[in-house]
Design a protein around this ligand. Structure first.
Ligand SMILES: [Mn+2]
Length: 317
């Protein structure tokens, strides 16, 4: 990637005094790790900042550096820079009002690896070929000669491992593996990352995974697998983090073009996750038609409704 963009981004950061760092709602490992990495950069640069996410981060607080500083509101913090990380589109920041009607003097820096949807930032760094936003941030660190400490290494590796489902997804490139290897050499703690992101399943969440597998069916017409989870299949104590990677795991199913997982959320909406391992299938457009977005091989959407079983199969009502 163009190193000039990275040095420009760092200049913008250094020229700002009050920085609001945001990642997307229902945060995942890459979003949180990217924001924690930026927090570490801002600490090292001696900047005042806040970490904001619309939804609570569910990981154990000692897992990523600065994770305990996340807040679901930013109070009266008078920011002059918003850094949006891994957000996909401006709505997912849940700061769209603040961003779209920002005052003169308030800037927005966006760093993301989702396909481009709209222009909203003063400076945008986007690489849809990157396996994770944390992977782009690795190049940001390198370009600006910020020495990789253990905290930074842990964040980069966490973002890469969670967004590739431990190198399972085709977004994994030779560079991805090289970076991961360098992070281990710099002191990233692989066992601790695995404990927190993968070996973190309660028995209740395992049973939810089991339900999703039990309900698997194949649509013969499109050779597309699908499965559903009713709201009652996900007990309240099961966290989003425990369900992370489920659709990726289900897409290990052999000989299908892809997989759709529909999950009823407690608030009356349905979350759809689309996955494929086929290089000739592009799921981004399908997700966009349904109001969502994402990558070619992993995309998603959220719609209003409930799942109802009919004689012909499952229906959204
Ligand atoms: Mn990501």
């Amino acid at each position: 990637m163009n190193t000039q963009l990275f040095t420009k981004a760092y200049s913008l950061i250094k020229a700002s005094n009050n920085i609001l760092v945001v990642t997307h709602d229902h945060p995942d490992g890459d979003g949180l790790a990217s924001a924690c990495l930026m927090a570490e950069v801002l600490e090292l640069a001696g900047k005042k900042y806040r970490l904001y996410c619309h939804d609570q981060a569910g990981y154990q607080l000692n897992f990523l550096p600065h994770l305990e500083k996340f807040n679901t509101h930013y109070g009266k913090f008078d920011f002059d820079l918003i850094i949006a990380l891994d957000c996909g589109n401006v709505q997912r920041t849940k700061l769209d009002k603040e961003i779209l009607s920002r005052r003169a003097g308030q800037r927005v820096l966006e760093i993301d690896h989702h396909p481009k949807i709209e222009d909203y930032a003063d400076l945008e760094i986007r690489d849809p070929g990157a396996a994770a936003t944390a992977e782009i941030l690795y190049y940001f660190l390198k370009a600006n000669k910020i020495p990789l400490n253990k905290n930074l290494a842990n964040c980069v590796l966490t973002g890469i491992l969670t967004d590739t489902a431990n190198f399972l997804y085709p977004s994994t490139s030779p560079e991805t593996i090289n970076i991961a290897s360098e992070m281990l050499a710099k002191g990233a703690r692989l066992p601790q990352i695995m404990e927190n992101t993968w070996r973190n399943k309660s028995i209740a969440s395992m049973k939810t995974w089991g339900k999703a597998m039990t309900n698997l069916q194949i649509n013969q017409k499109y050779n597309f697998a699908f499965t559903i989870l009713k709201a009652e299949d996900t007990p309240a104590e099961v966290t989003e983090e425990e369900l992370e990677g489920m659709s990726g795991f289900l897409s290990n199913l052999d000989k299908v073009n892809g997989l759709l997982l529909l999950r009823e959320l407690p608030d009356g909406r349905i979350k759809g996750s689309l996955r494929t391992s086929k290089s000739n299938v592009n799921l981004t457009q399908l997700a966009q038609v349904l109001g969502g977005g994402g990558h070619a091989r992993a995309a998603g959407f959220t719609i209003q409704g409930a799942l109802k079983k009919t004689e012909k199969g499952w229906k959204i009502v």
